[in-house]
Design a binder for this molecule. Structure first.
Ligand code: ARG
Length: 592
């Protein structure tokens, strides 16, 4: 795919700066904030600054003048003006704009390049077996899924791993509570060592009942808590009946989670978890000991990871506690080892709540000390919380964690209400209306999440998220569906798309918006920030709106070649919108 117009302009400006004896990167061209100017280059000020540093006299306007003289006859350039202290305002030729429009229209990826070739593991989702998901898990799923799609689209090989929490105290709670309910199950017979039944003794409903029951009792009953702890330890040291139960708990949970994540449009390549790497732990710890990086500390096995440069204390990594239990640090290190053995990735990204930042800092340092990975190969991509109106992480009315399916129902209801208010879809049958509401609800939720900088907190507001005006998911769906309907009408009228010949300001503005796709993708990918892509898609939809208001397509009296050109622009816009939304994990209805 050939480069964007903006990149080509940056290239020729870079060459002009280089020819004048300055650094090439001073030629970087930016979109102008002014409506009447497409691009600008601000390198002259920095060039003058560089000269002054060397003790030479320099005037940025003079430098800008030299660049303008060198480029004013270039085939991409219509006109150049120097403004203020030495900004260069750039207007490309209409030929350059239309050539680029043609390239984008002919490209199945509408101008997006795929330059990257890394193998990347994304650790996201992170649901826990039997524990209800909270809104932090929701954000991880939504952000992680879009990063997976984005990095894949950029050409990388990306493997998404849900990394289930299936090795902690909640397992001991489940085991002991089930034992109290059904003591005669063969899993509790310590003398028995194999041949457990194939069918699960529990359903997902059982698990959702057993876990809170045990955990509530354990809150006030120390002996009950101790039983769960002991069962967890026995499970981890390999008691056969407990292991067999764990397998059932995990597969029952995975089946339920696949449904829940599936409803959210989130798919994982790997359904591994903490328990899966248990067989690696003993050998890994031996290796750490042989490397001399571990220490005994008050009966626990630790790795000290603090450095001189730390401004805040960084506590040691806990491999094995005094009671012999492996820790969250340990399973994450073993998972790093497993990924090294099985995948050998260039990069591992952890899309996990920012509140776990210290945990990952500790784990990464230990992995580097152990020689498993270089420091740049592991990155924690934290995110803020989705809050309620009280400014604390969103909870249900009774103060509990929100279940994922309840959240989806909430969004679905909000979307239905909106659609009814707006009178959208009244002519369709109930099944199609429901499907539209589902998509609108999901788009509302995901876009509201992804359009924020990852680390900011935001307030859960289904009313605002589902609005059809403003920077929302439903607005974007509506924009895409409107283009689909224009294209259907065009087909019915026998009008087809042709060569793009932009002439009106709203047309060239739309082409320049389309031209920004690759840059937005590159920015979003390099910063792991889907909001950069959200900004682009929103801008594209707005540019289309303006174009459609100013430039009729199917009305009587529009010349055939203008009609064909505008239809090509509409088609290309739709394709780019759908590509972008798909990368965000947002599906568009056929009509609404
Ligand atoms: N299960 C964890 C939790 O609920 C999240 C797991 C994140 N991934 C990881 N490799 N630690 O907090």
């Amino acid at each position: 795919m050939s480069a964007s117009l903006q990149d080509r302009l940056s290239l020729i400006f870079g060459e002009a700066f280089a020819a004048a004896g300055f650094a090439t990167d001073l030629g970087a061209v930016f979109e102008s904030s002014r409506d009447d100017v497409a691009y600008q280059c601000n390198g002259a000020m920095a060039a003058a600054g560089a000269l002054k540093k060397q003790g030479q006299k320099a005037n940025p306007r003079d430098i800008a003048h030299g660049i303008v003289m060198a480029l004013s006859k270039h085939e991409l350039i219509d006109s150049l003006q120097i403004a203020g202290p030495g900004f260069i305002n750039i207007t490309p030729t209409i030929e350059a704009i239309n050539t680029r429009a043609g390239e984008i229209a002919d490209d199945p990826r509408t101008g997006a390049s795929a330059p990257d070739r890394d193998t990347i593991v994304i650790d996201y989702g992170g649901a826990n077996v039997a524990k209800p998901m909270h809104v932090g898990h929701l954000r991880s799923a939504v952000i992680g899924e879009s990063l997976k799609r984005l990095l894949r689209f950029r050409g990388n090989t990306v493997i998404g791993d849900v990394h289930l929490g299936d090795w902690g105290l909640q397992m001991g709670h489940l085991i002991t509570e089930l034992e109290d309910e059904q003591p005669d199950l063969p899993y509790f017979d310590a003398a028995k060592t194999d041949d457990y039944p194939e069918d699960s003794p529990v359903t997902m409903d059982d698990l959702s009942r057993l876990y809170p029951a045990a955990s509530n009792k354990a809150k006030t009953d120390a002996a009950r808590l101790e039983r769960s702890r002991a069962a967890t330890a026995e499970l981890q040291t390999g008691r056969a009946g407990y292991r067999a139960l764990l397998e059932h708990f995990i597969s029952v949970s995975i089946a339920a989670l696949k449904q829940g994540y599936g409803a959210l449009g989130v798919e994982f390549d790997l359904w591994k978890g903490e328990a899966a790497v248990d067989p690696l732990i003993a050998g890994m710890i031996e290796g750490f000991k042989a490397k001399g990086i571990t220490e005994q500390d008050d009966g626990a096995l630790i790795i000290r990871v603090e450095t001189e440069a730390d401004k805040k204390p960084v506590p040691p990594v806990f491999l094995v506690s005094r009671s012999g239990a492996v820790q969250y640090h340990t399973t994450d290190l073993a998972t790093l080892l497993d990924r090294k053995n099985e995948i050998d990735p260039d990069l591992i990204l952890y899309v996990v709540d920012q509140r776990q930042a210290l945990h990952f800092e500790q784990v990464f340092r230990a992995a580097v000390m152990a020689g498993m990975y270089g420091p740049e190969q592991m990155q924690h991509l934290g995110f803020g919380t989705m809050n309620g109106n009280d400014g604390t992480p969103f909870k249900t009315r009774d103060g509990g964690v929100l279940r994922l399916d309840d959240l989806l129902t909430l969004m679905n209801d909000a979307a239905k209400k909106r659609l009814a208010e707006a009178g959208i879809g009244t002519e369709f049958d109930a099944a199609e209306r429901d499907e539209i509401a589902r998509k609108v609800g999901l788009a509302a939720l995901k876009f509201a999440d992804l359009q924020n900088q990852r680390l900011t907190n935001y307030i859960f507001d289904p009313e605002r998220f589902t609005a059809f005006e403003g920077k929302t998911g439903p607005y974007l769906l509506y924009a895409a569906v409107r283009i689909k309907s224009i294209l259907r009408k065009a087909t019915a009228l026998g009008v087809s798309a042709g060569e793009v010949k932009a002439a009106e300001p709203a047309e060239t503005a739309l082409v320049l918006a389309l031209d920004g796709f690759d840059r937005a993708l590159a920015g979003a990918a390099s910063k792991y920030s889907p909001h950069i892509l959200c900004d682009h898609i929103y801008r594209l939809a707005q540019s289309f709106s303006r174009f459609y208001a100013d430039c009729p397509i199917l009305q009587d009296g529009v010349a055939p070649d203008v009609q064909a050109s505008r239809l090509a622009l509409a088609q290309t816009t739709l394709r780019q919108l759908e590509l972008g939304l798909d990368i965000l994990g947002i599906a568009v209805p056929e009509r609404m």
